[in-house]
Design a protein around this ligand. Structure first.
Ligand code: ZN
Length: 297
């Protein structure tokens, strides 16, 4: 029962985004799934965390909400890691960057696409959830930013940070561990359900499809993919997700081109063929149409 409650909370849209509302909630246990040698996926509350531990230090991807930091650190230590040397933010949303202040204070170098730093620095609004986040304190901001690609040479691995433009937001990074054949997709991938696309902050359905194609282009049948939300995935799962996005995009674009509003579009049941498989997560179909319709262009 408790487990079920946590799952529901994790999947509720407001908790997904707002780091403020979550402060009052219980902090769940952090679980680790082994992905490859030295690489784990951690789940707790918020986006999935990637951890890469080796002789050069601990490298972390995303940090959930602020109250999760002690439990994340406890788990990282139990896996043989230490205070992260580097922390990558896949994008600016609070369920992926809420722990930045805590890690910044520990001396961790925070790394992101340049647009992530800018949005965190200025504060941001997510219209779809009526959510406003104030400017982050300086210690919570990325200290290293990049614009297109960035490479880490750490723990005998080539870790590539690849920016894809205007997809889930306007500052998305996916991380490719080349030797280990592992990808951390951030919120470019919600495994098994309709995703959030932040049209008010540069997100685009078309851009997201292109981003997924870019990730597929560096994947093979053995690639393991850590999604932003949902269970550990493989290339087949990502292909199914891409196909869903393509169908949804083409069906919704047709209606938008006819001049239909989101409410008029809903009445036409444009996602009927997808609903059974994809509407069991954060968004029921009609809510999802509300959220993505502005990002269908
Ligand atoms: Zn997100």
């Amino acid at each position: 029962m408790i487990k079920k409650l946590i799952t529901l909370m994790t999947f509720s849209a407001s908790v997904l985004i707002s780091s403020h509302q979550v402060m009052a909630l219980d902090v769940p246990k952090v679980n680790a799934v082994k992905v490859a040698n030295g690489i784990h996926m951690l789940t707790g509350k918020g986006g999935n965390v990637g951890v890469f531990i080796g002789k050069d230090g601990t490298f972390v991807i995303d940090d959930q909400f602020a109250p999760m930091t002690p439990k994340l650190m406890e788990k990282i230590k139990s896996l043989g890691g230490d205070t992260p040397k580097f922390l990558v933010n896949t994008h600016f949303h609070g369920d992926h960057t809420g722990g930045n202040e805590n890690f910044g204070k520990k001396g961790t170098m925070i790394v992101s696409h340049e647009n992530v730093r800018e949005r965190l620095q200025k504060g941001y609004e997510i219209a779809a959830f009526n959510n406003k986040t104030p400017p982050a304190p300086a210690v919570a901001l990325p200290v290293i930013t990049y614009s297109n690609k960035m490479h880490f040479h750490i723990n005998t691995e080539n870790v590539n940070l690849i920016h894809v433009s205007n997809a889930h937001t306007d500052g998305d990074t996916f991380i490719h561990f080349k030797n280990a054949n592992v990808i951390h997709a951030g919120d470019l991938f919600f495994n098994g359900f309709y995703p959030f696309i932040d049209g008010g902050n540069g997100g685009s359905v078309k851009g997201l499809i292109d981003a997924v194609d870019t990730m597929l282009s560096v994947s093979n049948d053995k690639t393991q993919i850590i999604p932003g939300h949902g269970p550990l995935a493989n290339k087949k799962d990502l292909m199914a997700y891409r196909d869903m996005l393509k169908t949804a995009y083409s069906n919704l674009l047709k209606l938008k081109k006819q001049g239909l509003t989101a409410d008029q579009a809903k009445a036409k049941k444009p996602l009927a063929e997808l609903d059974k498989a994809w509407s069991g997560g954060i968004f029921k179909t009609d809510k999802w149409i509300d959220v993505v319709y502005p990002a269908v262009n």
